[in-house]
Design a protein around this ligand. Structure first.
Ligand SMILES: [Zn+2]
Length: 101
């Protein structure tokens, strides 16, 4: 995951291509699986890609995958966009909590 294209990923998020993030926690693991649909950049007519990532409770990415060509190598901008969005949600959530105190 070190070589994902950070700037491209951020652009995907900024442009609103990253759709709703869903998460699930499988029964037999402490990992959280995060998924989102990502519309291919500049190709609105194409079907969205489906990146997912399994993260630990500390937020470390254990494995990530995407159904686009680059995602087979576990590094594409869709996975990056998903992770950026998760990071943003966590940050916003924290801000909201801190406002209560
Ligand atoms: Zn991808």
């Amino acid at each position: 995951m070190k070589n994902y294209k950070a700037l491209d990923s951020y652009k995907l998020l900024e442009s609103g291509w990253v759709q709703t993030v869903r998460h699930m926690i499988p029964d037999d693991t402490t990992l959280t699986v995060l998924r989102a649909d990502v519309t291919p950049s500049f190709r609105v007519n194409e079907l969205p890609h489906h990146p997912w990532a399994a993260v630990t409770q500390r937020g470390d990415v254990v494995v990530a995958h995407c159904d686009c060509k680059a995602g087979l190598g576990e590094s594409c901008s869709h996975i990056g966009g998903l992770l950026y969005k998760v990071e943003m949600i966590v940050r916003v959530g924290r801000d909201k909590r801190s406002c209560l105190h």
